[in-house]
Ligand binder design. Structure first.
Ligand code: BTN
Length: 257
């Protein structure tokens, strides 16, 4: 198994609760580096020069943020793992709430917000059938808005929300343990338990959903997800509509004027 090294550097390697963690000063994208690594390996970098967000967006990854990619095994039928992106969001939300931010919330599918500002984002890549790479970007005491002024007012960071930013090692330990737990839950076949937790946690607000493939957009009330992870909306006519995750390009929350 080889690691793609974009820059002449060797990672620091340490073991955390069954995970082998590779740490770099700089990476293109930790998820790209993790693509060929075995399960229970994670990659962290101080900065990413080509951080990737969902739907092909660039992810600003400046110093003092947590940029982490964790490789999880996904044995058996791919359908068993369709909820993994949601499970990862639930795992990270639990960590953030546990730090003393009970007001942190999820926006479908797995963004973590405080109020209207984004604190963390998650991108799940399937580079192979046997593994998934869960890429987590968490703003700790970095300032993405100084890198990209378009993000002004759009992002939150832990250091502004807590008396002090938690140490990186403690964050890593908590995040990796939470991922392990949620992975075990899905592996044991308890997708319904996850669904129940998530449907309890969503704020049932008005949303604007842009469909993939240029198939238009729809406004509706978010009702949660079904056991396959599809998005459930109540449309303006009062009908319930179901959208598999791959059919949704973007979901935007609608706030009253
Ligand atoms: C999103 O668009 O909300 C998902 C952002 C995911 C960013 C993380 S940072 C660590 C990992 N490496 C990447 O290139 N992306 C993910």
């Amino acid at each position: 198994m080889s690691i793609e090294l974009p820059i002449a550097q060797e990672p620091d390697v340490r073991i955390i609760d069954g995970w082998t963690l590779h740490e770099f000063a700089e990476a293109t994208s930790t998820s790209s580096l993790a693509a060929n690594l075995p399960p229970w390996t994670a990659v962290r970098a101080d900065v990413q020069t080509a951080g990737r967000g969902r739907t092909g967006r660039f992810w600003v990854s400046d110093e003092n943020g947590l940029w982490l990619s964790a490789v999880l095994p996904t044995p058996g039928a791919p359908a068993c793992w369709s909820l993994l992106p949601l499970a990862a969001g639930w795992a990270v939300l639990g960590v953030i709430r546990g730090l003393g931010l009970p007001q942190a919330r999820l926006r479908w599918p797995n963004d973590i917000l405080v109020g209207r500002q984004k604190l963390a984002g998650i991108l799940v890549d399937r580079f192979s059938a046997d593994t998934a790479v869960v890429g987590i970007g968490l703003n700790v005491s970095n300032r993405p808005d100084l890198v990209d002024p378009a993000l002004r007012g759009e992002t939150a960071c832990l250091a502004d929300l807590l008396p002090e930013a938690p140490p990186f090692t403690s964050l890593l330990v908590r995040v990796l343990a939470a991922l392990t737990r949620e992975h075990q839950r899905l592996e044991s076949g308890d997708a319904r338990g996850l669904c129940r937790d998530l449907n309890h946690a969503w704020l049932h607000r008005q949303v604007h959903v842009t469909l993939a493939g240029g198939l238009g957009a729809i406004n509706g009330q978010l009702e949660g997800i079904d056991p396959a992870g599809a998005l459930l909306l109540r449309d303006a006519a009062g009908d319930r509509r179901t959208f598999p995750a791959h059919r949704v390009d973007m979901l935007r929350e609608i706030f009253p004027a």
